[in-house]
Design a protein. Structure first.
Length: 448
């Protein structure tokens, strides 16, 4: 799908989001949006900005999310963070590292961020190569709107001084082989950044005064690993999705009809919990990728080792124990450690080829989390409201065309899953609390 420039005027609707009616081209750095705009001083130049994001009403944002957002917008490359150009993989982004005690940001950057004790804490990506800023921002918020699916890392809108960005780009070009893909993607981005107001993609990359670049600043997860169980190879994005559909045992189990109790034992042990978590992760991934036109998912799926345990001191309304998830082993020794999906690479979406839809992945979903299902239908019900549209344009930087594409995906998927549920072909029964309780299974509710 052709990328449309922000020169299409967007009307920002006044209302619960606190925005004033304004039209803009490219990104206006100080347009009212988010909870607040944080300025990062740049000597002798315009201050950079970071937008602490507003949260969608009813979204499942945690206190950890709020803390992470605040930390993202506290990053200052002159005081507490070193910035280095990304010189591996394919995306010409900027990597931001912590500064060990006794060092300065300049010293760490001069050492190519390889100073002992310097840890990558965040990454800055723009709408270049396969990346699209609204996709990164959109995945974070949509993950929380749908209950926190995919554990997508928090992101915030950020700007970066253009001349400083160009200097980092020159450093990247000098440090990478001219034949490498990362060198070529940096060269493509640099052609745009150095062209400034004359750049063909200026509205996707630059603020409206052409003095800063803009993109998404995201938390960099740590200790994640490649999730090989969710990858079945393929020569291109659709082939990879098709192979996942046809060759993956998790997808095969997800497509089987019948009550989940006939597919996964109800004993709370590592094998059963892992199977339930994988089924829930697979269904959630298919949902969010279908909505967001994700082109580059397979081969970019990761996991974290997490502990699952039943908390006898926190009960559901029916008296069953709530299942909790923790990065650290809780006391008592009753927890099981399993792989939990982490979707951290979400930049190639919204305006891209929808590999999940092309492969018909949603047609194979016979089981889904009841919370994801309920939230999907609820979002479909409010998607045409001015408040929802404004949230997507203000907080995620969607264009009108972006939102129309998302809205169609949402309508089609919600209708598909609701019809499948009503006809008995889909069961919202991927509920860990209910599955591992002592209570009899209940009939799925297709109209929550």
């Amino acid at each position: 799908m052709k990328l449309l420039r922000f020169t299409q005027f967007l009307t920002i609707v006044a209302g619960t989001l606190g925005a004033t009616a304004i039209a803009y081209a490219a990104l206006t750095a100080h347009l009212p949006r988010g909870q607040k705009i944080v300025e990062i001083a740049v000597p002798g130049k315009n201050a950079e900005v970071c937008v602490v994001p507003r949260h969608f009403d009813g979204g499942s944002y945690s206190s950890d999310d709020a803390t992470a957002e605040a930390k993202l917008c506290a990053i200052d490359e002159k005081i507490n963070t070193a910035v280095c150009p990304k010189t591996n993989s394919t995306n010409p982004g900027l990597d931001l590292h912590s500064v060990p005690q006794g060092s300065t940001p300049a010293q760490v950057a001069a050492a190519n961020c390889k100073t002992q004790g310097a840890k990558k804490i965040a990454k800055y990506k723009l709408s270049t190569s396969c990346s699209y800023t609204p996709s990164i921002l959109g995945y974070y918020h949509l993950s929380r709107i749908l209950g926190g699916i995919g554990d997508v890392p928090p992101s915030a809108i950020r700007t970066f001084d253009l001349q400083n960005h160009i200097a980092l780009g020159r450093k990247a070009l000098a440090e990478t082989p001219s034949s490498s893909l990362i060198h070529q993607t940096w060269a493509s981005l640099m052609a745009q950044l150095t062209a400034g107001s004359g750049a063909s993609r200026r509205d996707l990359l630059l603020t409206d005064d052409f003095k800063q670049s803009y993109g998404a600043l995201s938390v960099n997860p740590r200790k994640e690993q490649f999730y090989k169980e969710f990858f079945n190879g393929g020569a291109n994005p659709v082939a990879k999705a098709t192979n996942f559909r046809d060759k993956n045992p998790i997808t095969a189990l997800l497509a089987r009809s019948g009550d989940i109790n006939t597919l996964v034992p109800r004993d709370f042990n590592t094998a059963s919990v892992q199977k339930m978590v994988q089924l829930e992760d697979a269904a959630d991934m298919i949902v969010i990728d279908t909505l967001m036109n994700q082109q580059d998912r397979f081969g970019n799926i990761h996991y974290l080792e997490m502990y699952y345990y039943q908390d006898p001191n926190d009960l559901n309304a029916d008296g069953s124990k709530k299942i909790k998830v923790s990065k650290e082993a809780p006391p008592g020794g009753s927890a099981v450690q399993v792989k939990k999906m982490l979707l951290k690479d979400n930049d190639c979406g919204v305006t891209k080829e929808n590999a999940a839809k092309e492969a018909g992945l949603a047609d194979r979903v016979a089981h889904v989390s009841p919370d994801t299902y309920k939230r999907l239908l609820k979002l479909d019900q409010v998607a045409d409201s001015p408040e929802t549209k404004t949230f997507f344009t203000n907080e995620m930087l969607f264009t009108a065309t972006d939102y129309a594409s998302f809205r169609k995906n949402l309508h089609d998927l919600a209708a598909k899953l609701h019809q499948a549920c009503s006809q008995g072909r889909l069961r919202p029964d991927l509920d860990l609390d209910a599955h591992f309780s002592d209570h009899p299974a209940t009939a799925p509710n297709c109209n929550p």
